[in-house]
Ligand binder design. Structure first.
Ligand code: SAM
Length: 275
């Protein structure tokens, strides 16, 4: 942990057990992680040589998706669930660069995200962070700070990036997303990234490494990933591999699948709009 840690020790944190948020932070080159997290990141890097590139690819989808929602989708309030620890460019920065009035609520179930987020956002009145779990969508929707910060009578951009693969089939990710989107206004967006299973060895390697190290990280057939979007209309180009996904420029010339690096087969992104 670095010296700039705002509130240490943070209740509920066990520095000896790697957490997804901190391992991901280590993979992105951040400093908000412990030895156990860095060791887990090394295990990943050993099992999946391009795991750092994969983490950065996921980040690029997050930023592109947020930029689309704010610039093209008319979204000025965002609920970013499983937001992770603050890093180089965050959702609120990408959004507020385009529209400084964009309101953002970050949600994560890791208490370290709350303490670091609060420190980062101390002077930002349009952005806040709360601790809650995607597996309990009712609690997120009823959370007083979420209610205070976001106007549920107007469209909200929901961000679930780099985390739906952490919800098991038994926990029913589609039912969770349906419950979350149900009370939202027409025009609300869902930005989501997920891990496909098309039989590609890189996909299986990434999933296996996550399951072994963190106990979650499920890949799913593309039809299952499409199901996460609840049948809502998709913004072009639809659900696509991140290296080919440019929602603000869907006609752009993109690489062929055959030219992909192995890690580029591991992540897909999409945005759907609630009718
Ligand atoms: N969304 C960020 C991104 O894509 O760069 C961070 C992704 S990070 C791989 C996954 C984050 O989801 C972690 O911060 C973890 O704590 C959080 N997370 C995992 N399961 C969660 C759950 N059930 N509810 C809320 N957050 C969760």
């Amino acid at each position: 942990m670095n010296d700039a840690d705002p509130e240490w020790p943070v209740p509920g944190i066990n520095p000896d057990v790697p957490s997804t948020a901190r391992v991901y932070d280590a993979l992105l080159g951040g400093r908000d992680n412990f030895k156990a997290d860095r060791e887990a990141a090394e295990v990943f890097a050993h099992l999946i040589p391009q795991v750092r590139e994969a983490a950065r690819l996921n980040r690029s989808a997050l930023i592109r998706g947020v930029q689309y929602m704010v610039r093209r989708g008319g979204i000025d309030q965002i609920l970013d669930i499983g937001c992770g620890l603050p890093t180089e460019q965050n959702t609120h920065e990408a959004a507020q660069d385009i529209n400084p009035d964009t309101r953002v609520v970050y949600v994560d179930n890791d208490p370290m995200v709350l303490s670091h987020g609060r420190a980062l956002l101390a002077d930002n009145r349009t952005t806040t962070v709360v601790t809650a779990d995607l597996r309990d969508p009712a609690r997120i929707l009823e959370h007083p700070e979420v209610r205070d910060h976001l106007d549920f009578d107007r469209p909200i951009g929901v961000v679930i990036v780099g985390m739906i693969m952490q919800i098991s089939d038994d926990e029913d990710p589609d039912a969770i997303i349906a419950e979350l989107m149900k009370p939202l206004a027409s025009g609300s967006h869902l930005l989501l990234t997920a891990w496909p299973d098309t039989g590609d060895p890189a996909q299986h390697g990434l999933s296996q490494a996550c399951l072994e190290t963190l106990g979650n990280g499920w890949i799913r057939p593309i039809e299952r990933l499409e199901g996460h979007f609840q049948g809502m209309p998709m913004v072009p180009p639809g659900l696509e591999y991140v290296s080919r996904w440019y929602p603000e420029d869907p006609d752009r010339t993109v690489p062929e699948l055959a030219d992909f690096e192995p890690y580029e087969h591991t992540q897909m992104a999409g945005i759907a709009v609630k009718p």
